[in-house]
Write a new protein. Structure first.
Length: 304
């Protein structure tokens, strides 16, 4: 491959993604989205009535999730994992510098694997889910949050139309994402039991498009696609994109909205002690009785 060209068979530039996170950590990380998402993950964890002693925090970022975990009863150890060394040096926790695509842990290490906004940067999500399942003990829990497909739809639309108008073409900006309808199936395919996937939407307002783009840089969430453009956007393109954004999505107070769709994944490692579904036909009570309803045989119709 000639120098400077990207490999079209590789989805993400892993080194670029790591550099983006390192830069964000060293220049004053923008952490509000990770803090909010970490809080929502911890709220979900509150509903699980069992202790977790050893925990993997995958994609530790600003450390909001780890700080919320270490103070919990029964927690003995939280292992912080991130590809950016600068994030790992922020908290006094056992830390491992690693990419989520290649986890350096043996089987049956953790009671809980939890991740905040890192898995959308994984090219092989089923493969990473399989690795996470293997690192968990029987009856271990995976709880993760990643960005969904509707994230930054406003920004992507504005940049697409501006590039097309000003430069006659568009660059790669949209990463493939798991849809909520498919996410539970991916968990099941990876070997998790009782898989659940659900969505939250967070809308943040900004004074203008450039302020949003500065925040994305501060989060470490800028474009790391292998086929992305490496040159800076022209001023005319940026100006047109900002105008399109404000004209199409602007709010009454002069600000613009930015949508972040958060996809939550929950799955358990199979264990013999987990509840099992009843065999078909083994129920002892009829649903019609519970609902005080009249039951009609299959094929019969109620008279009009």
């Amino acid at each position: 491959m000639p120098p400077g060209e990207s490999d079209p068979t590789v989805l993400f530039d892993r080194r670029a993604w790591r550099r983006h996170r390192e830069r964000a950590a060293r220049q004053g990380v923008v952490d509000f989205l990770h803090v909010e998402t970490a809080g929502r993950l911890l709220d979900r964890l509150d509903h699980v009535r069992r202790p977790f002693r050893t925990i993997l925090d995958l994609g530790v970022h600003c450390g909001a999730l780890s700080r919320g975990l270490v103070s919990r009863p029964a927690v003995e150890r939280v292992i912080a994992v991130d590809p950016a060394v600068a994030f790992l040096s922020r908290d006094h926790l056992p830390a491992v510098c690693a990419d989520p695509e290649l986890l350096p842990f043996s089987d049956n290490c953790f009671d809980l694997a939890i991740s905040t906004l890192a898995l959308h940067w994984v090219a092989d999500l089923p493969g990473t889910l399989i690795q996470l399942r293997r690192t968990l003990k029987p009856d271990g829990l995976l709880l993760a949050a990643m960005l969904g497909g509707a994230t930054l739809a406003e920004l992507r639309t504005a940049l697409f139309e501006a590039e097309l108008a000003e430069e006659g073409g568009v660059s790669a900006r949209v990463s493939p994402t798991a849809e909520v309808a498919d996410a539970a199936a991916l968990l099941q395919r990876a070997g998790f039991a009782m898989p659940v996937a659900d969505l939250d939407t967070i809308i943040v307002t900004y004074p203008d498009m450039l302020a949003l783009m500065r925040d994305l840089r501060g989060m470490g969430e800028t474009n790391a696609l292998s086929l992305r453009r490496h040159s800076v956007l022209r001023r005319a393109t940026l100006a047109r994109a900002a105008a399109i954004y404000r004209e199409r999505y602007g709010l009454g107070d002069g600000r613009i909205p930015a949508t972040f769709e958060i996809l939550f994944l929950t799955g358990w490692v199979p264990d013999a002690a987990q509840p099992k579904p009843l065999r078909p036909g083994s129920a002892r009570h009829r649903l019609a009785d519970a609902l005080s309803a009249v039951e009609f045989p299959a094929g019969d119709r109620v008279a009009p």
